[in-house]
Design a protein around this ligand. Structure first.
Ligand SMILES: *Cc1c(COP(=O)(O)O)cnc(C)c1O
Length: 447
């Protein structure tokens, strides 16, 4: 077990330990400073301030140790302060911190593009552009698809999350908190019904037929540049589409000259036990978007796609000052190397094999757990009123608050606010997972 942990010798032990009230006095003091100078639109899920972290443990400024089941929303997939990431990024900092690829290119950018070409699905020639954030990558994928197709329409699915910039907030499903009051929204974005087996009960074929009818009748294929879909929806509540849904949707896209884009910002980079969740569905997207987990916490993202599509924009049409920064690129190379060297894909499957049965057992005990779903280290439970599909966001909030009080960082999700999602680092030990599940069990018992 220890060989999957980073070789960086951290003073932080991999255990949960709460020694003050939550929040502790130093967090309370920082909260006061924060309120004076940080815009209140920036909200935080937990009342504690983080100071250090390693592996699957976050230590707050009061010395409390939390089991991290969120990994910064699936970013530190190979663990906090991974040795290889620290080493690669530190070395790069001293050699070349910034150059701007569009002025003087450097090797690490090229290497990241090679690794993406190798590890994304599809046996065709691929090219990439590197950016800073998930939203920026989504924006660039849309630009490229529009340039390639000479069409403007962008279709997304209900419950989707694609970011907070002007174009991507229009693509995101949920009005509150992402869009309300921030309009006007970007035009030519269409929200199609997707596949949500727990709530719609549709087969993949029937859900795809419903989506395709919407695309054909409400938008018209000839005006549609791209369909953008998360193979497993993230913020929407880890919704796994019914079997056959995604492939049927892509086949329709291919037949109609529409670029099929997989937004794998959350589901990609080893999260589900494969490099990309698309692989679980036999899906080979024309373009795939990578961000969150790619660089162990450093900001970098990518659009990777069929070479002929990626080459559609004119020279100089793509770029950005910090895009593909050398330090972040070095960290991304280290993450790819470590996933291979330590066989971390298998760790996602290990986590699923522990979490799924444990959560099914909790669902028997607590019937407000209406659904247990997800793949690999991307697992969720959906809470409802007993005996119905009526969402139960109050129970989600109470369980998450109890968990925080007892040293477990638990993230919520879902359009209806009634999903708890588990996306721990792949290096979390069996013991920490069992300990966290015990806390969650107590949390449900306390309701
Ligand atoms: C987080 C996320 C984004 C946005 O990424 P940022 O880096 O926050 O801009 C886009 N798509 C999906 C699926 C995400 O989970």
């Amino acid at each position: 077990m220890t060989d999957i942990l980073s070789t960086y010798v951290s003073p932080i032990t991999q255990e949960r330990r709460i020694t003050t009230a939550i929040p502790g006095p130093k967090s309370v003091a920082l909260q006061k400073r924060r309120e004076a100078v940080v815009a209140s639109g920036v909200a935080s899920a937990l009342p504690i301030f983080a100071e250090r972290a390693h592996g699957a443990i976050v230590v707050d400024v009061d010395g409390n140790q939390f089991i991290d089941l969120g990994a910064g929303i699936g970013v530190v997939t190979i663990g906090h302060t991974d040795a290889a990431v620290i080493e690669a990024a530190s070395k790069q900092l001293t050699e070349l911190t910034h150059a701007m690829f569009t002025i003087t290119p450097y090797e690490s950018y090229v290497r990241v593009a090679e690794l993406l070409a190798e590890h994304t699905p599809g046996d065709f020639a691929k090219k990439s552009v590197l950016l800073n954030s998930g939203a920026e990558a989504v924006e660039n994928a849309v630009k490229i698809a529009r340039s390639y197709t000479r069409r403007s329409g962008v279709a997304v699915l209900d419950h989707a999350y694609h970011g907070r910039t002007n174009l991507t907030m229009a693509m995101t499903f949920k009005a509150m908190p992402y869009k309300t009051g921030f309009g006007p929204l970007a035009p030519s974005v269409f929200h199609a019904p997707g596949s949500y087996p727990y709530r719609d009960g549709l087969s993949g074929a029937d859900a795809a037929a419903r989506t395709i009818t919407y695309l054909e009748k409400s938008i018209g294929a000839s005006d549609l540049a791209c369909v953008v879909a998360e193979p497993v929806q993230g913020e929407g509540g880890f919704i796994v589409p019914a079997d056959g849904y995604l492939v049927a949707l892509q086949e329709w896209c291919t037949a109609n000259g529409v670029v099929f884009i997989a937004d794998e910002v959350q589901s990609g980079m080893a999260r589900t036990g494969k490099y990309y969740a698309s692989e679980h569905f036999g899906l080979v997207p024309d373009m795939i978007i990578t961000a969150k987990g790619i660089a162990g916490g450093l900001p970098i993202s990518a659009v990777t796609g069929r070479a002929e599509i990626m080459d559609a924009p004119h020279k100089g049409g793509l770029g950005g000052t910090f895009a593909g920064n050398p330090v972040a690129a070095a960290a991304a190379i280290a993450v790819f190397d470590e996933v291979e060297r330590r066989n971390l894909l298998a760790e996602a499957s290990r986590i699923e094999s522990i979490l799924k049965p444990a959560l099914h057992a909790l669902a028997l005990k607590y019937p407000i757990i209406g659904d247990v779903r997800g793949i690999g280290a991307m697992i969720a439970i959906e809470l409802v009123q007993h005996g119905s599909l009526t969402p139960n966001p109050a129970a989600v909030a109470a369980v998450a608050a109890y968990a925080a009080q007892h040293g477990v960082i638990l993230l919520t999700a879902g359009t209806l606010g009634n999903v708890i999602r588990f996306l721990p680092s792949l290096v979390i030990s069996d013991e920490l997972l069992a300990d966290a599940i015990g806390v969650i069990d107590d949390a449900f018992a306390s309701l």
